[in-house]
Write a protein that binds this ligand. Structure first.
Ligand code: ATP
Ligand code: MG
Length: 286
């Protein structure tokens, strides 16, 4: 795949404060660009501001969180530039999920326990595609489940009848429902065991290739980001302290914190401290 370089999202000088006493400045002057079709990894320890930044990019912040500075521009595939920060409430409703969708941290536990997978997928389609016929919705819901590796028979299941991995796949299917140009995935696999994680990551990678959406992938798991990302941004205490291609972050990290973060994952290192999971090897397996 040739490197995509056309931006789909540009964020400039974002600052976000939780207006509590004393105030918490969770994001400090962050700028980032997401290119069309790429996977941008966002790494950093717990509490560094990853989720807050993601909410800011998608205008999901609620009081006491306040974006005190910055702008977010979405570059639509139609050629139109959309200023996310100044969108009206109505415009925002059609923008979210349609243009940028999000798989929330802990999402697999946020499915409604009393309705079926089908009715939850229908909800998304009803809200955003009101003209869609029932049969078209059923077809789309089946297609979405197939895309994420879940048997379409599961449409009639309730969340408690599904494994954690399946529930997370359903959340990803919901995020895919409107064919977004950007998916923000906040720790989408953290709660799952490694084998299930791998399966889901593989699926996301395949879908990305096929559908062309860009991904902001948030996790503590830097080794995983190195394998799957095109570029990685490392956050520390509300700031992006280093940004580069996955390969550069892996082979030649500049910031002390990035080095520390890499060193804290023994599975990246062999007996003699050398890196053992080369980026080129894992990229070949894509
Ligand atoms: N509602 C809130 N009120 C006050 N402070 C908050 C609130 N929510 C988050 N914070 C603070 O904002 C900072 C950033 O939190 P955030 O959840 O964005 O971090 P994170 O990097 O996503 O962490 P994790 O990896 O644990 O998910 C933290 O210091 C957190 O304590
Ligand atoms: Mg978080």
């Amino acid at each position: 795949m040739t490197a995509p370089t056309q931006p789909v999202l540009t964020a400039r000088n974002i600052s976000i404060t939780y207006e509590v006493t004393p105030p918490v400045q969770a994001v400090r002057d962050v700028s980032l660009t997401l290119n069309r079709g790429e996977i941008l990894g966002l790494a950093g320890e717990s509490g560094c501001g990853k989720t807050t930044l993601a909410y800011g990019l998608n205008r999901l912040l609620k009081a006491p969180a306040l974006m005190t500075a910055g702008e977010v521009i979405f570059h639509d595939r139609s050629g139109e530039d959309i200023n996310v920060v100044s969108l009206s409430r109505d415009a925002l409703r059609t923008f979210r999920w349609d243009k940028i969708s999000m798989v929330f941290q802990g999402a697999m536990n946020s499915l409604n326990p009393v309705t079926t997978v089908k009715s939850q997928l229908f909800d998304v389609l009803d809200t955003h595609r009101p003209g869609m016929s029932r049969s078209a919705k059923t077809e789309r819901a089946q297609e979405l489940l197939r895309m994420v590796g879940v048997d379409p028979d599961r449409l009639t299941s309730y969340p408690h009848e599904l494994s954690g991995g399946m529930r997370q796949r359903v959340m990803i299917a919901m995020a895919l429902a409107l064919d977004p140009q950007i998916m923000i995935m906040d720790e989408p696999t953290t709660a799952l065991d490694v084998v299930v994680q791998r399966g889901i990551i593989r699926e996301i990678m395949k879908l990305r290739e096929r559908l062309g959406f860009a991904v902001i992938f948030i996790t503590h798991d830097l080794p995983m980001l190195i394998e799957i990302s095109d570029r990685i941004a490392v956050m520390l205490q509300g700031q992006i302290v280093e940004e580069g291609t996955a390969e550069t972050i892996y082979r030649a990290p500049r910031h002390e914190y990035t080095k520390k973060l890499l060193a804290s994952f023994p599975r990246l290192r062999g007996e003699h401290g050398q890196f053992v999971r080369g980026v080129p090897a894992s990229k070949e397996q894509r």
